[in-house]
Design a protein around this ligand. Structure first.
Ligand code: SAH
Length: 474
């Protein structure tokens, strides 16, 4: 009935979870890239299936009332921000709906119940651009053989030169320029992933928003960096940089960073703070990318943990211990667990830096560490630390997108804390895990979505659960 490359017109009536516009023609559904809810568009058919197809906007005939002009000239090609042309207010509504719909569809919760438990989405207040404190730019050549720094276009491996990414910091532009100038004047090549030759693969830039400190790290396909002094001079001529380093990555891989790094100028780390806590950040450590929103997210997690000063708390999937330390300011003792050993070293270091010695950190898979501890401490006496450790008052979890392992959830149920605080970056896996926790004796009391990634389709959510019999006895 329809053919590929055909030009059609349609009214956009919905948005998918991935930010595509949905339009229906005689019962046949099209998912259309760059079309917004409320738009009337002309689009090109790109792919056809039996009952649905895909398309790409050719012209917006009548724009939606939610349509705004993208700040980045390359927003559509880049694909990093899927919904930059949607007004920020409408983006927030979209994210809130996405969370609710996933909880209904994949978690089996009732809409009415969810609406009574929900708190307003925490959006960005002032400028919802330039929020990212970290950027990783691939370096390569364009089709004409010019040296370029940018992002991979859409889902390809073509590097699209980026002059100034609007969700990143202003300094990125000059830093990239300085690196490219240095490469040109010193005859340093860019990495070519097809033939696995050439030197510079990526430039990583991090900025401590509270401290203003900048870090630059070059990822190279060579055992060591040459022309270091020239690089340092070139970088220092454009910005006040606290740390310059390189990381060797000689593998044929999509993983960006190597296993270690070498500092060639300034300090090994930069510092940043969230609230009144300080954190040391290295090129390799995981650190939330939107510090303004991270603070709101952590404060909500702390509020949901409802601590009075004596509680034993677990922070599962703790990274460099940011949430753990937030909690430790109000708890009796906090235990953290994380799979990356370098992150746990950072967590211990950060605990010292903030003089929070009521913390202990474990390296390993969350599910294995807590399961083994429960087994080991099962005969411990009630007034011992061993007992308290495996009978915590509160468990906080902040897993990666794939959510919690089932063994992890079951062990949490066995540990039977009064409250569970679930911090999630994917509402689909959150919904699945909440179903298990609620079937296991917990009640969802409240939840709050939080926008950490403006202009993208991603949304964080914090959920407060409490144990059922606990609730009844209150
Ligand atoms: N709470 C931290 C980090 C959250 S990101 C923060 O806010 O900064 C999720 C973390 O889970 C990552 O650091 C990742 O390394 C870790 N992780 C992934 N799988 C894990 C597992 N099975 N057990 C423990 N940690 C895991």
């Amino acid at each position: 009935m329809y053919v590929k490359n055909q030009l059609l017109e349609v009214e956009i009536t919905d948005i998918t979870n991935d930010g595509e516009g949905v339009g229906k023609l005689d019962g046949y559904t099209f998912f259309i890239k760059d079309a917004l809810i409320g738009d009337h568009v002309q689009f090109i058919v790109t792919k056809l299936k039996k009952t649905y197809g895909y398309g790409k906007v050719k012209t917006v005939i009548t724009p939606s009332k939610y349509r705004v002009k993208a700040k980045c000239p390359d927003a559509r090609r880049c694909g990093g921000c899927q919904i930059q042309e949607l007004s920020y207010e409408r983006q927030l509504e979209f994210k809130r709906d996405k969370v609710i719909n996933n909880l209904i569809r994949l978690g089996g919760f009732e809409r009415e119940f969810l609406e009574s438990a929900e708190e307003p989405i925490m959006g960005m207040k002032d400028d919802c651009f330039r929020y990212r404190n970290k950027a990783q730019f691939p370096i390569g050549y364009d089709r004409q053989g010019n040296l370029v720094a940018g992002f991979y276009a859409g889902r390809t491996h073509d590097i699209m030169p980026i002059d100034d990414c609007m969700i990143g910091v202003k300094e990125n532009k000059d830093i990239l320029q300085a690196v490219l100038e240095w490469m040109k004047s010193c005859g340093i090549s860019a990495y070519d992933e097809v033939c696995h030759k050439g030197t510079v693969r990526h430039v990583l830039i991090k900025k401590g928003f509270a401290s203003g400190e900048l870090m630059v790290c070059l990822v190279i396909n060579a055992d060591r960096l040459i022309k270091e002094k020239e690089l340092i001079d070139s970088l220092l001529s454009v910005a006040d940089i606290k740390s310059i380093s390189y990381s060797v990555n000689r593998e044929k891989t999509n993983v960006i960073m190597g296993d270690s790094y070498k500092t060639i100028y300034g300090s090994d780390t930069i510092t940043d703070s969230i609230g009144n806590l300080k954190f040391k950040i290295s090129p390799l450590s995981f650190y939330q990318v939107n510090p303004v929103q991270t603070r709101k997210l952590y404060e909500k997690a702390l509020e949901y943990a409802d601590l009075t000063g004596n509680e034993t708390v677990w922070d599962l999937y703790c990274g460099i211990g940011t949430i753990s330390l937030f909690l430790a300011q109000k708890a009796g003792h906090v235990y953290g667990v994380e799979i990356v050993s370098q992150a746990i070293e950072d967590a211990r270091e950060n605990a010292k830096l903030n003089k929070l010695d009521n913390t202990d950190f474990f390296v390993g898979k969350a599910e294995e560490v807590i399961d083994k501890l429960c087994e080991k401490n099962k005969d411990s006496r009630e007034d011992t630390d061993e007992y308290r450790m495996t009978h915590p008052d509160v468990i906080v979890v902040d897993p990666p997108r794939k959510g919690c392992d089932e063994l992890c959830l079951n062990t949490m149920l066995k540990m039977s804390p009064d409250r569970i605080v679930y911090v999630s970056c994917d509402s689909a896996t959150l919904a699945r895990d909440l179903r298990i926790l609620c079937d296991g004796g917990y009640v969802m009391q409240s939840f709050a979505p939080c926008d950490m990634f403006a202009h993208t389709v991603h949304c964080e959510t914090v959920v407060r659960l409490s144990r059922k019999n606990n609730e009844q006895s209150e």
